[in-house]
Design a protein. Sequence first.
Lengths: 350, 350
Amino acid sequence: MVIKTAGELDKLIRDVLTAAGADERNANRVAEALVSSSMRGVDTHGILHLPSYVEKIQAGEIVPTAWPEILQEDTTSALIGGNWTFGHVTAKYAMDIAIKKAEAHNVAIVSMVQVNHIGRLGEYAEMAAAKGMLSVVWAGGFGEEKPVAVPYGGRQPVLSTNPIGMGFPVGDGPPMVIDYATTTVAGSKVMTAKDRNIPLPAGSVVDKDGVPSTDPDAFIDGGALLPFGAHKGYALMLAVEFFGRILSGADGFSDEEKRGGPTFRHSGVSLLVVKADLFQAATVYSKRAEELANRVRSVPPAPGFESVLIPGDLEARAEATRTRDGIPIPNPLWQRLTALADSLDVNIGV
Amino acid sequence: MVIKTAGELDKLIRDVLTAAGADERNANRVAEALVSSSMRGVDTHGILHLPSYVEKIQAGEIVPTAWPEILQEDTTSALIGGNWTFGHVTAKYAMDIAIKKAEAHNVAIVSMVQVNHIGRLGEYAEMAAAKGMLSVVWAGGFGEEKPVAVPYGGRQPVLSTNPIGMGFPVGDGPPMVIDYATTTVAGSKVMTAKDRNIPLPAGSVVDKDGVPSTDPDAFIDGGALLPFGAHKGYALMLAVEFFGRILSGADGFSDEEKRGGPTFRHSGVSLLVVKADLFQAATVYSKRAEELANRVRSVPPAPGFESVLIPGDLEARAEATRTRDGIPIPNPLWQRLTALADSLDVNIGV
């Protein structure tokens, strides 16, 4: 394990991405997104992704100097074309627009197409919450070419992890931020379980015949991921597909063979933003939101739990710890990052 | 079991409610809502509720001649005060407004306060879908006085069933309609399981010490309902509380002691409506929505399942069956309904 500061990782990411062809504006934004995730303990969406982004640039899936544009717009909505730049760039651009529209008109809905991996959905929900707004982020369409998730009661995958993010300002404290795949686990967790030779949680996967299993190999050998929470999580997975891919019209923007690669070529992401103080003073909203959060947190824990949390609490704790102690990077990842830097003649100064 | 037509139930409900003090406009609307649920096989939200609505009128919780009003409004949002009329009246009034605003401005958010039980959330999602719109319905605040649901990892209830509804037009077929409690089961299902002496599904309840159980008595003896899908369903439950109770500012409208009763006095319901053809032609949206629905339905079923459904399929099937065969009413319920009619001197003509 090596320990790095946010500043060190930020510089590493910017240097690697500019060496790989990104312009400074884009490299800065991707560094911001990855470091923000790593700082919050969401390592699955942090610097881990840097090597794959470089590969996607080299494969023509990401256009590292492109910039998003507004394809259609009115007072409360916009359709953003990402032009296949980094998804983090497109999603921040889109959320900025959604926030401005909601500031002026109370509510806004903004969709994105031609959008690569946007990283941690919670980051965009945090942006909205910091401006006093409730938000929802729906990201669909990842499974059009390589489906990994079965519908409830089905034996063949036709959908994907279909993540959803939501954010709610909570007084002076950190916002309540929700960000999860609508599958029980993501594919990366299956691989981690296999590496560690441990079973998956019940309800995670089915084998190739549609039979539920906790064996990582059942997934690897032609199986698929299950929606979380049986038919209820499955319904949410479908809702994400409708609000993400279908509403955005993403299918009409996926004509370029290389761009986006199989996972993002058909993907569409939509944002809903609503002013928290739409129907009451901001101070009153804040007081009520804080009361709810604190009431829930003060519930005595059930056996096996240390405390009751609200979504976002773990990330806020991790951020405090990592601000103080730095970001731990597992050695194998660090070796991949230094090898990547070497391959691009980037001096990472360590 | 007795069998009744939609028309027979409609007349019974209207006659009983007007005898109990409702005006004709309100009685007609409640009959429409209850019959619609009974027709779709959602008996938990159908004519079953009629006796309790009469009790709530008599207790002053429902004001059966009141009508909702607009408390605040702009081009894309409105806050509706239900004036403690039947929730079905308020919610349809609010959804009509949301649809009109979204027709003119593409997206709308409308919240309700002073709102009694609105019945089946899916009915409002169906209204929006029939006008070519995507929608979300969040109903929160039921647990302020009588909480029944624990947070994930907690041993004391502080929340409630916090239902969510969503609707999506799907070409010429029935819409995809989602409508569920964010608890694994509703309290009524616990009672049904106890009556039948069968265990609850895993993850349904905790006992008074917060230990998960499948025993209905564990719930009855000081236990509580669990959110569905562990931390993910719990997060959705909290999101419903924010979009429902907190966003609407419902807490500021609950000063009348009798009105709404303990469950609805603090409740707030919010509606999001978005035009399905916001970013593409309606015909293109429809084609893509239908393709998704049919692709999912055509997945071969897993062992133990007959077919793969999308949300709303079961209700559409039930409606076809009950249109042909009538609505079955269990004898004990029918006896309660006839006794109720007798007590109000209503001649139900059977």
